[in-house]
Design a protein around this ligand. Sequence first.
Ligand code: NAP
Length: 497
Amino acid sequence: MENDKPSGLIMIFGATGDLANRKLFPSIYRLFQKGKLNKFAVVGVARRPLTNEQFQENVKESLSDIAGGQDHAEEFASHFYYHSHDVTSSESYIQLKDIAGKLDAQYGLLGNRIFYLAMAPEFFGTIAEQIKAQGLSDTAGYKRLVIEKPFGHSFESAKELNEKIRTAFSEEEIYRIDHYLGKEMVQNIEVIRFSNAIFEPLWNSRYISNIQVTSSETLGVEERGRYYENSGALRDMVQNHLLQMVALLAMEPPIRLTDDEVRSEKVRALRSLRPVAKDEVKNYFVRGQYGPGSAGGKELPAYRDEHNVDSVSNTETFVAGKLLIDNFRWAGVPFYIRTGKRLEAKSTAIVVQFKDIPMNLYYGAEQVLNPNLLVIHIQPDEGITLHLNAKKAGKDIETTPITLTVSNNSIDRINTPEAYEKLLFDSMRGDATNFTHWDEVALSWKFVDSISEAWETEKDSSFPNYPSGSKGPECASELLKKDGHFWWPIEKLETGG
Ligand code: NAP
């Protein structure tokens, strides 16, 4: 890593948008507040005309929900500058270059530049090409492109996009954001696995029965109907966030914790994923779409009645799947994944179910032994729970399930940095561990493509197949039942913190 207290110019394309206002400005502020940045300035770029002063007011407003958000807000906002610019027009890149040069000199930024693309993906290629063509990337310091999801729509479109941005930036200079990788408990997967003697020896097909990864949302598509119609849950969640979590759970220990070593183990795990042939998809993956329903006494519309959604849409808002990893460690262990919108609860969690002990000595009506579970709670709860069996207090030998819990909720949580804060900081320090490498993106798309092709050719006549506010479609339970398993109810495994 280059520098623990980095300096640089952050150029945000799409600076009047939702992502910039809700996530990026507050994240830069937290870094500033904690004294983690050395010297910095920010140039915001978008089409609408704004003065620097108006832009700085927007920045200050975006801090209103942060504890202590008024402290030094004026000083912080004074580092922000605005340039009204249509990213498709080459002339204004020349002005942008001029502004960047002046700010470099004014703030002593050593020519370091982060280009953050907080914009619709159709502009990514053009922006990267223009940055190169107009010389914005000819700078004495580092130049890095930070780029949001979605990275393509299929392997072919991702490859095309990658080729365009690679004309201006080398792979080492491209930081593909997967904000799940910035989450505290996702980063904790590696630590739990590789720093505990009680887990790593058991982390294989001899002792693990199955692993379940769930990411459920209570929200529907909200204002993103147009985007979601072309994406669906498979492309929006599985190709990136869920496969990234599977890779972290399945990978071999890296020889060192450097970004290239960790990535190469993740790549090997993704390469071991058994591909699902188009005619086999129905045996491994199921899909759902929410119908009308209710939650908390409120009536909720069907997906097909949402804004900018086709009234006969075939887009899935729920996916469940069974993944098999064909290597020595994992042969025969199913990794079940599921994700969906408008479900009963908002929760992301991993359940590692261990195999039963070889012989149950505690037979009898009251003597039920539960399998051992390691639950990693990612959001909204953060923590770890280990489910064990122990003796019930009293003179008879009776077993009872017990849990050991560590919860990051409460006080620690206030200090838990937001995913975007960590990722921005890492990009400025040159630590690419928690960003996705092109090889990971390519393998994930190749895996997902055969599933989306099967679903595009075969419409699902059962849609909508789960009510809003429910646990999801019945077919997700059937998928596990075939293997003699069931989904562990996350809400009953909470940290209680
Ligand atoms: P958004 O609110 O629609 O913002 C888009 C931004 O792009 C606006 O600042 C807009 O400003 C600017 N823009 C549009 N066309 C332009 C052009 N031709 N030239 C210059 N600027 C232009 O979108 P968003 O929600 O912030 O999302 C941005 C990206 O992040 C998307 O790729 C999205 O998928 C991804 N993302 C967003 C979130 C989130 O929480 N919002 C989370 C994950 C990923 P003007 O209209 O003033 O030009």
